[in-house]
Design a protein around this ligand. Structure first.
Ligand code: NAD
Length: 501
């Protein structure tokens, strides 16, 4: 990481035990605008595993009192945070566009998702329903309640820099846990903005902690003995390490990882609608969404018509600085991400897919100051090609041909991931078969693969996830565990399964 000496650049600190503190390392790193390298957003702490340990210790201490605060009171703090985020939505969205590049309309959506999630979870303060059931024995009462677990390590990626931290922090707090957040090194400012709001909303010291830095900080958060839950969103490769590192101490591990999502366009689809959906699903957020529609499989009867319109649409997308007027596709988040995209374009060409539009970095004029790439479409891709199997995380879509729904389903399922899929059809029977047979965690009919709402479960199958779900009430299952309670008011010993009278 680079160390900066610029005098007028703001320095941001870690938030540990209610105080904004520097890292023990004394080192910092810069956060630069991917649309304009000359724009430095700030300098952030390049923290060490010891900083992570300090934050975990603070969270462990705070847990002893926070877990006893009634859940509706905890939720009121989360609701206050929702209101504060709403007041600052525009400011936070602008910071986020400068920080990671997606266009302003989308960063407003990201902040809105944080508002939605904190508002939704605030309601759970008064629910968190358990069960009351009859006992098999006389004069005995039986129920189940949710209990918090303790310190939660939250490790997040850069593509939804406020939404994803909110998906984790809001349910964790409402359930009575305390947290340590480590955001991606590319997007620390949005995390700082969120944590500041929580501080202002009245979260007590130690309940929420923020440590910026890279992998070694995250690793300590996965191995520390005081941590009870690790909630991770990021790549499958890192998720596997997180899982391995957390396993020896039996932590509850929640993983949300990569995707290779597909849109199926059937012969009876409304082609214009499908094209619009594929443009938004494939190139929105510059293709850097875990749910991005990076594959499209089209019935042979409408293949040419679809491809023609899709290509024209991609050519007409306006690439540019997300803060500028009219830009629809921003830069890649970093030079490394741009290089990955360029590498996959080469792979696609070598594999023999037909490059029908795009395929180049944009670096002339204004573009030269950022990490821009043309929206790119490969046609006639084979489902087994690497470009059709591996997550690229950029504005590259592979279009494939199919002859039937069965073939489309088999292509759709034949990837390592299982996050999101969609189908365009007007045939209800086809839609229901696809809904049932595509093995993903999220499915859309006549809509693209992106666009999840906060009150339904979010997550995927296979190499996308490990069985947990984020968002909705499903998130409560990550951040609480069940306790079954039996109250015997008979005044005598009663033996379950034995005393049957
Ligand atoms: P990444 O895996 O490189 O990093 C994610 C986070 O893990 C970062 O904070 C990073 O610093 C940290 N980290 C890195 N090495 C670590 C280690 N050894 N131990 C602990 N933490 C470590 O991912 P990224 O590049 O930030 O994000 C892109 C990826 O995230 C894509 O694969 C995308 O599909 C995925 N993603 C998934 C979802 C989902 O819900 N399924 C949502 C958004 C993004």
């Amino acid at each position: 990481m680079t160390t900066t000496t610029a005098v007028d650049v703001r320095t941001f600190r870690n938030f540990i035990d209610g105080n904004w503190v520097p890292s023990r390392s004394g080192r910092t790193f810069e956060n630069r605008n991917p649309a304009d390298h000359d724009d430095v957003l700030g300098v952030f702490q390049d923290s060490t595993p010891d900083d992570a340990a300090d934050a975990i210790a603070a969270a462990a201490r705070a847990y002893e009192s926070w877990r006893l605060v009634p859940a509706p009171r905890r939720a009121e703090v989360v609701l206050s945070a929702a209101r504060l985020i709403a007041e600052r939505k525009e400011e936070f969205a602008r910071d986020m566009t400068r920080e990671m590049g997606k266009v302003l309309e989308e960063t407003r959506g990201d902040v809105q998702e944080a508002i939605d999630m904190t508002s939704f979870m605030a309601g759970e303060g008064r629910r968190q329903y358990g069960q009351t059931v009859p006992s098999e024995l006389r004069d005995k009462f039986a129920m189940s309640v949710r209990q918090p677990l303790g310190v939660c390590s939250l490790i997040t990626p850069w593509n939804f820099p406020m939404a994803i931290p909110s998906w984790k922090i809001a349910p964790a707090l409402v359930c009575g846990n305390t947290v340590v957040l480590k955001p991606a090194t590319l997007t620390p400012l949005s995390a700082v903005n969120f944590v500041r709001v929580l501080e202002e909303a009245g979260v007590p010291p130690g309940v929420v902690n923020l440590v910026t830095g890279s992998a070694d900080v995250g690793m300590r958060m996965c191995t520390h003995e005081a941590v009870k839950v690790v909630s991770f969103t990021g790549s499958t490769a890192v998720g596997r390490l997180v899982n391995q590192n957390a396993a020896p101490s039996f932590k509850k591990v929640h993983l949300e990882m990569g995707g290779k999502n597909i849109v199926v366009v059937m012969e009876d689809a409304q082609i214009e609608l499908a094209v619009e959906g594929c443009l938004w699903g494939g190139f929105g957020t510059t293709g850097q969404r875990c749910t991005a529609a990076s594959r499209v499989v089209v019935h042979e009867k409408v293949y040419d018509a679809f491809l023609d319109a899709f290509t024209r649409g991609a050519k007409s997308l306006r690439v540019g600085n997300g803060l500028g007027d009219g830009a629809q596709v921003g830069p890649l988040v970093s030079e490394a991400q741009l290089e990955t995209v360029m590498k996959y374009v080469d792979i696609g060409v070598q594999e023999g897919a037909r490059l029908v539009t795009g395929g180049h970095r944009l670096d002339q004029g204004e573009f030269g100051r950022g990490w821009f790439h043309e929206p790119t479409i490969f046609a006639d891709a084979d489902p087994r090609m690497r470009i059709a199997q591996e997550e690229i995380f950029g504005p590259v879509v592979s279009v494939m041909r199919c002859r039937s729904l069965d073939e489309a389903i088999s292509i759709a399922n034949d990837v390592p991931y299982g996050l999101s899929a969609s189908i365009y059809t007007r045939d209800i029977n086809v839609a229901f078969r696809a809904m049932r047979d595509l093995y993903t965690g999220i499915f859309y009919v006549n809509a693209p693969t992106i666009g999840a709402e906060v009150h339904l479960p979010f997550g995927g199958t296979k190499a996308t996830g490990n069985g947990h779900r984020e968002a909705g009430t499903a998130a409560l299952d990550v951040f609480s565990e069940w306790k079954s309670i039996y109250v015997d008011f008979s005044g005598r010993l009663q033996r379950a399964q034995i005393d049957t009278e």
